[in-house]
Design a protein. Sequence first.
Length: 356
Amino acid sequence: MNTSAAEKIDIQKVESSRIGQVDFNNLTFGSAFSDHMFECDYKDGVWQNPKIKPYGPLTISPGAKVFHYGQAVFEGMKAFKDEAGKVWLFRPEQNFLRINKSSVRMAIPEFPRDIFFEALTTLVKIDKDWVKPGQGNSLYIRPFVIATQVGVSASPSTEYKFMILMSPAQAYYTGDIKVIIADHYSRSANGGVGAAKAAGNYGAQFFPTNLAREKGFQQVIWTDASNHQYLEEAGTMNVFFRVNDTLLTAPISDRILDGVTRKSVIALAKQDNITVEERPVLVSEIVEAAKNGSLKEIFGAGTAAVISPVNAFSYQDIIYELEKQEDGFASRFKKELTDIQYNLSEDPFGWRYEVL
């Protein structure tokens, strides 16, 4: 991989911050952005001209290939501020590895590790005041890559733009959610791009999710594209099922995203001596478990929401309610995860990454 990794990042700071214009007590997720953003271009076979500059619009040709062939991937990660004012990232190496894995699948050149981490940490340091302390507060970080070569020929772009945006965030979901198990639409298929954080994966989910919301459900639990017999993901999150005291989740495949929160939950469960089974999970077994009372919990796991408990699900127009669990797995894992993220507990896994 040709890179100009040694090239120094050019930094252009804002004359005055916009932070005073933001109501941090009433944030809509992903709608307000910090003062600065990172930008780096791929041209002539090399990543070049890395810069941090004031957040603002891009000038891009309508003929850019991203608009025509969807060559775009992204990541989601967060920065947290502890009670002493230190700022931490959570498992950023996993996000770096995954954005390059996604890029390879979408025929996008990989991004250099040293530029990624220098850009990430420098950007967070510059906009550190946008990271607010307190449980539930964070700075959501969105690295992404788009194809920028002008031309509508059906071929991979030869030019790309890598960027990092940051957005102050609060809790993504504030309560339990109701979901519907898909029996027609699918999120991904064998041999597809389900394991990549490709932009089109999410755009394709919006229509069936809107149909679910019209019926009073917040999200869809996706099933396999072949026969809709196996449970795979919940909305934009990985999904877990607690049957009695065993935790079930679908195995990673080319259909399912290798979620950072997912693998963290599995590690925490094993540390807590909870039996975890990573295996194909049948819709029929979860429906039967709901009927006989052995299904105790369903919850989604992802960066934005961390842990999102499900209190009811629908399958083929039958609704199954779940009883609220005192000291359930979902609440336990959320506390254990966030305590590590906010530096409120020991970090036996080495997941915290100190920025400043």
